[in-house]
Design a protein around this ligand. Structure first.
Ligand code: GLY
Length: 397
């Protein structure tokens, strides 16, 4: 009898254990993943992988047509990256096959030296491919891309040049912190310190010159040939002294990622300080998606930027891992969860077969240039998915 009773308990516990993953997954989360999967399949059905411009970036208003870009656009890696991440979230093999096709369309970018964005382009596409379904050529493609990025480093100035356009002498934007991931990865992969040293030089000098007293960052800092600062200002923010929302998110994510590879306390400290600024400047209580610029003059009418929210959520979930203070870590986790819940609500998460196949609504590309205002953006989707994955890993469901 005792034995029979034990068997029942055992069976019950087994059932509980096996089905635990499903029980623990919150409904908002499951709904978000389900819709993301649907939207990516819908997007694929509208996208020709063989077209020259085959990477969906945003929509064109007012009719909502998808704006496709070619491989050299800075956002080209996000669509393949999103396909990989939804594959990781769902196990849907169709998405993995499509992710591989779109990833391979970026093959030539390994030799591209005309922008600083190859880190975004290659880490999101080939980086995820390597992690999830590697093929023999992937590593070399990534290493070559890292070499291409290094050609933009000027040792006199000590930084990687961001743009070749504009009237600046040597512009460096806070966004560029994100591209360092490719160099850190390449350094580990090849055991060549040059990649590491360039990344650290760039991160150190950005830390020196990009931040204000309150730890918000300038968008663009330009340098003279001798390495001195030429100017500090903005390109996509409201004003030279304002805190452009996505810039703050890039800084937070960038320095958290730099800490992952270097364990340098300075990087961790700046990440904590940026996080503090972001969390103290939320739009209102229970509202976690920032306006496009923290100093936008028309708040609360100003457009929101879901992309900044998604990048912030993903970064905070990583930062929590490096935070010894459990209370602070919990605070980051909770804040990220609140962002994810809000982005998963009907306010931001697109209904199936709407939003031209993008997952999230309401981001801003560049308001001062009147480009991409209140639209879906492929990088908002990418970092939303990455944050969902990190959240799942942290929660263990
Ligand atoms: N890296 C360009 C942007 O964030 O808009």
């Amino acid at each position: 009898m005792q034995c029979f009773f034990n068997k029942i308990i055992c069976g019950f516990l087994m059932l509980l254990f096996c089905s635990g993953a499903t029980i623990a997954m919150p409904r908002w989360y499951r709904n978000a993943v389900h819709k993301a999967e649907h939207q990516m399949l819908y997007m694929i059905s509208q996208t020709d992988v063989n077209a020259r411009r085959c990477f969906p970036r945003t929509i064109i208003k007012p009719d909502g047509r998808i704006q496709f870009v070619n491989d050299t656009d800075w956002t080209s890696g996000f669509f393949p990256g999103s396909l990989w991440l939804v594959y990781e979230l769902t196990g849907n093999e169709t998405l993995a096959k499509e992710a591989r096709k779109f990833t391979n369309r970026l093959n030539e970018i390994q030799y591209y030296t005309k922008n600083h964005d190859v880190g975004f382009m290659m880490c999101c596409s080939y980086g995820n491919a390597l992690r999830l379904k590697p093929e023999s050529a992937d590593t070399l493609v990534m290493v070559n891309a890292a070499k291409s990025l290094c050609t933009r480093f000027n040792p006199e100035i000590g930084l990687i040049r961001s743009w070749d356009s504009g009237s600046w002498n040597y512009p460096v934007i806070i966004d560029n912190m994100m591209n360092l991931e490719l160099l850190f990865w390449a350094s580990r992969q090849t055991l060549n310190d040059n990649f590491y040293n360039i990344a650290v030089a760039h991160a150190d000098k950005t830390l020196e010159n990009h931040f204000r007293e309150n730890m918000t960052s300038y968008h663009v800092v330009s340098y003279l040939p001798n390495g001195e600062v030429e100017s500090k200002g903005t390109h996509q923010g409201y004003s030279d002294e304002s805190a452009w929302a996505r810039g703050q998110a890039w800084g937070l994510y960038g320095y958290t990622m730099c800490y992952r590879f270097t364990e340098k306390a300075d990087y961790l400290n700046v990440a904590h300080e940026i996080a503090q600024y972001i969390m103290s400047n939320l739009p209102s209580n229970k509202d976690y998606v920032p306006y496009w610029d923290y100093n936008a003059p028309d708040i609360p009418q100003a457009p929101r930027d879901a992309s900044a929210a998604a990048i912030t959520a993903s970064a905070l979930l990583e930062l929590c891992e490096y935070t010894a203070d459990k209370k602070l870590c919990d605070k980051y986790k909770k804040y990220a969860e609140n962002i994810l819940k809000q982005l998963s609500s009907n306010d931001y998460l697109a209904e199936k077969d709407t939003n031209s196949g993008f997952i999230l609504k309401h981001s801003v590309g560049s308001l001062p240039h009147k480009i991409e205002i209140d639209v879906p953006l492929n990088y908002a989707d990418y970092y939303f998915l990455e944050a969902l994955l990190r959240y799942r890993q942290l929660k263990g469901f």
